[in-house]
Design a protein around this ligand. Structure first.
Ligand code: ADP
Ligand code: ADP
Ligand code: ZN
Length: 215
């Protein structure tokens, strides 16, 4: 089973993708994580995209499609969770072709709906474990009081340079301009389902589970 988690920055895509990985043996493919990894390891591509990402603009379709293609062709998984990809119609077309080439289907496109005001609070309060990537939030999911990650016990946490209000505004505009047309695109294909991303993390997981059990 292959699914897309679609939603604006801070909607909870990464949080829910990680829970599906634990529960269903699926593999999370986050282009944001791949691009950040390229930056940390100092590759040419990583250097090229750093400024664009810090501003909150989209990197080129060519780069992200290349990253996804490599994963789909080499990783053997019970299913992929596409998190933060596709973000443009060109990326959606490319994904359709890549899956078809591998004899795979796209089983659901889950749109996570969250109000704009809630998004800015989510993004500016976000931190992640530097070791395992567990996602925390200053108010809704605070780091444990003893300063260690609840999942892996590590004690270093990171904040993203683009998780500030300025970059967030640019990212939100990019979402409405370039990514939200995918809702209609997948609706027309009969693959779109919306879930209430305003609910708490457990409730959102339960709603996604219901969608996947029906898919
Ligand atoms: P968010 O948590 O805001 O959804 P991501 O971690 O998915 O953010 O992406 C962070 C940044 O990486 C984006 O603002 C953009 O610059 C770049 N990026 C990630 N995925 C894509 C994509 N599919 N197409 C273009 N740019 C992308
Ligand atoms: P995305 O991958 O869509 O950008 P994340 O999963 O990283 O979003 O979540 C953004 C922030 O919001 C994180 O700090 C996370 O802990 C928090 N968060 C995620 N889901 C919820 C939820 N349902 N309710 C409240 N906070 C949430
Ligand atoms: Zn951890």
């Amino acid at each position: 089973m292959n699914i897309i988690l679609l939603g604006p920055p801070g909607a909870g895509k990464g949080t829910q993708a990680r829970r599906l990985v634990d529960d269903r043996n699926m593999v999370q493919l986050s282009t944001g994580d791949m691009l950040r990894a390229a930056q940390s390891s100092g590759t040419e591509m990583g250097k090229r995209v750093a400024d664009v990402m810090a501003r909150g603009e989209l990197v080129t379709d060519e780069i992200v499609i290349g990253l996804i293609e490599e994963q789909i062709e080499t990783v053997d998984a019970a299913g992929f969770i596409f998190d933060g990809f596709p973000r443009t119609l060109a990326q959606a077309d490319a994904l359709g072709e890549l899956l078809e080439k591998e004899g795979e289907t796209l089983d659901a496109v889950i749109e996570m709906k969250v109000d704009d005001e809630a998004l800015v609070a989510r993004v500016t309060g976000r931190s992640t474990c530097a070791n395992c990537g567990e996602v925390y939030h200053d108010e809704t999911k605070p780091q444990p009081a003893d300063g260690t990650c609840a999942k892996c016990g590590a004690s270093e946490f990171k904040r993203r340079p683009d998780d500030n209000e300025d970059s967030f505004r640019t990212r939100l505009l990019a979402y409405y301009r370039d990514t939200s047309p995918l809702i209609g695109y997948y609706y027309a294909k009969g693959q779109h389902v919306a879930v209430d991303g305003m609910a708490d993390i457990e409730a959102v997981s339960a709603e996604i589970k219901e969608v996947l059990d029906r898919a």
